[in-house]
Design a protein around this ligand. Structure first.
Ligand SMILES: NC(=O)c1ccc[n+]([C@@H]2O[C@H](COP(=O)([O-])OP(=O)(O)OC[C@H]3O[C@@H](n4cnc5c(N)ncnc54)[C@H](O)[C@@H]3O)[C@@H](O)[C@H]2O)c1
Length: 354
């Protein structure tokens, strides 16, 4: 029997469960160690997932010679430092989205990947979803023709999670970097990762976290404190690519919208596609427009399956059996886009890339 990959999970908050459960289901992975500077959480997670070792400092964890790979599930501002330390220690890395909080830090992670020769996968979980694979197959076979427009919407009317998500220093920003990253990335990936030419963006902090609202519940981070919030409420952008294609973005934590909305859409010369809210292909045949509904188990994004696919893929990458679908270079490009939107908004004008 081949040796199981020994995994360490760093950060034991909400998303770590999705990583841990998926590793637990993977026969080539062993949940070896758990690390968080919150000792109580480390112990609870180690007991729940039968991890052999516990650590409260990631540097101590990385000294462990038995460890092969880590999942980084910590605050955004710690991703780069922990990833670089892990790569330097000779470990493979799966780092949650966003790769980090600035382009400079992203480039340092990229350097560390090259230097170490180890694998790094960015946690763009939607790339691993079954519906993404289906639509990518259609795109790769030319069914949409040339894709020239994309629309990325993720609107929460009341959904600022508070805690570190609402603290710019730890999160790097609000809805744009937290949920916008998912919808922008999946479209950019399906468009074939075109080079960004220019960005015109706006961010707004007009409504705050709307903690005054009664009778409507929403997800709150463990350390929710309504008095602390310095991230944007909403962001929008027009991204132009060198191949002439463009993407329109609108995302929010709070907005006077009638309802929450997610829309991930692609438009090409031969057809269109909606990935969310539900998978759909739009075509034209014999002078008639067709809205095609693929017959699949789940027309929307299946979170549990998406994570399982992502972790299974990462394990195969570590074992040298597959290439990652979300390499560090794509994490860097995504940081250029996200930071470009913030920069354009700050400067009040379109910014250009060369
Ligand atoms: N892929 C997705 O769909 C998805 C969903 C939610 C969150 N995320 C990402 O996962 C990450 C964590 O989010 P969360 O919701 O689990 O947050 P969380 O607040 O629930 O958990 C974060 C944990 O990290 C620990 N931590 C922070 N810095 C640390 C450090 N330097 N060393 C050790 N422990 C540290 C904290 O103590 C906390 O327990 C974020 O980057 C977030 O963007 C991804």
């Amino acid at each position: 029997m081949s040796k199981k990959l020994k995994i360490g999970v760093i950060g034991t908050g909400s998303i770590s469960d999705s990583h841990l459960r998926s590793y637990q289901n993977n026969e080539n992975a062993d949940i070896y160690a758990i690390c968080d500077f919150n000792e109580e959480r480390v112990k609870a997670k180690a007991a729940a997932f039968q991890a052999e070792k516990t650590y409260t400092n990631h540097l101590d964890l990385l000294k462990d010679a038995e460890l092969d790979a880590v999942s980084i599930c910590t605050w955004n501002n710690t991703h780069a430092e922990i990833a670089i330390d892990a790569l330097n220690a000779g470990k493979h890395v799966l780092v949650e989205k966003p790769l980090t909080t600035s382009v400079e830090k992203a480039l340092k992670v990229e350097e560390a990947v090259k230097r170490s020769g180890k694998n790094l996968q960015v946690g763009f979980v939607r790339r691993y979803a079954s519906n993404t694979k289906i639509i990518k197959n259609f795109i790769d076979h030319g069914e949409l023709g040339e894709i020239y427009f994309a629309k990325a919407t993720c609107i929460r009317r009341l959904g600022n999670p508070g805690g570190w998500f609402a603290d710019k220093e730890r999160s790097g920003g609000g809805p744009l970097i937290d949920i916008g990253v998912h919808v922008i990335d999946i479209l950019w990936y399906l468009m074939g990762c075109p080079k960004v030419k220019s960005i015109s963006g706006n961010t707004y902090s007009k409504l705050g976290n709307r903690s005054n609202i009664e009778n409507l519940s929403f997800y709150k981070a463990a350390d929710y404190d309504p008095s602390k919030n310095n991230v944007e409420d909403m962001a929008n952008a027009m991204i132009r690519f060198e191949n002439g294609a463009s993407m329109l973005v609108d995302v929010s934590f709070t907005l006077h919208a009638k309802k929450d909305e997610i829309a991930v859409k692609l438009f090409g010369t031969k057809g269109g596609a909606e990935i969310e809210p539900e998978l759909s292909i739009i075509s034209e045949k014999h002078n008639t427009i067709l809205n095609i509904t693929p017959q699949v188990d789940n027309l929307s994004f299946d979170f549990v399956k998406g994570f399982q696919n992502e972790i299974d893929h990462f394990v195969n990458v570590c074992l040298g059996e597959k290439e990652t679908l979300s390499p560090v270079q794509h994490g860097v490009e995504m940081m250029k886009i996200l930071c470009g939107i913030y920069e354009s908004s700050e400067k009040g004008k379109e910014i250009y890339f060369n």
